[in-house]
Design a protein around this ligand. Sequence first.
Ligand code: FES
Length: 262
Amino acid sequence: MPSTSAPTATRPTAERQPVAEQRMSIAISPDGPYLVSGGVPLIQQAIMPTGGHYEYRTVRMFPPQEEYALCRCGRSNEAPFCDGTHRRVVFDGAETASRAPFDERADVYPGPRVTLLDDGRCAFARFCHREDGDAWTLTELSFDERLEREAVKASSDCPAGRLVHVDALEGTRYEPRLKPSIAVLEDVEEGVGGPLFVRGGIPLASADGSEYELRNRYALCRCGASGNKPFCNAMHAAIGFDDRLEERAAESEDPADDARKR
Ligand code: FES
């Protein structure tokens, strides 16, 4: 079991884990949407295959809102926002995910320069695959400095926060610096809608009022089919989740949006 006392590292490729402004939060409503408050920026991003690995490409930025409700049942006609459809369909939003902290759930894969922690919470985003190998193979090969950087990249880009590298010598932890925001993910290669990529340490409250462990990165299910709610477990790919977001993005194309894309 990994040490829970490892301090957070500040390294060239992975900086101190940020924490969202205190007013930002997400609350899960019983068999209903995610209630987002505190002006959390919302963007749509595509998972793009490119040159042997994957990258995030910003498709559009939604107009800023102080509060909004994001669909959790996967049936909204106003996706990614809730339109109340969950009340008319059968949607069981029961939260079944383990509440144990990441460090207790994670398996440990030691390597020469970095150790990989893996809690198995896969969102099928595939950022763990790089041209030179996957995160586990690269961890084993991390005696090579370039492959060590590739290994850390493979874990740091994972939207689910499933993979975290720890410096094998110093025990310091790699986490990317992520601006607090929510990205509605689209999987271009699979042609399906993906999870909500929550980043930057935004607190998540259960429908029972308790708080989940605060994480820098996590992926929330928005297709309604996850067997590990509220987190994504890749079922969106298996069910061919179609949220028609691409269509809507084209309909709402605003030249001003382009200037804001990165
Ligand atoms: S969005 Fe991934 S399982 Fe629902």
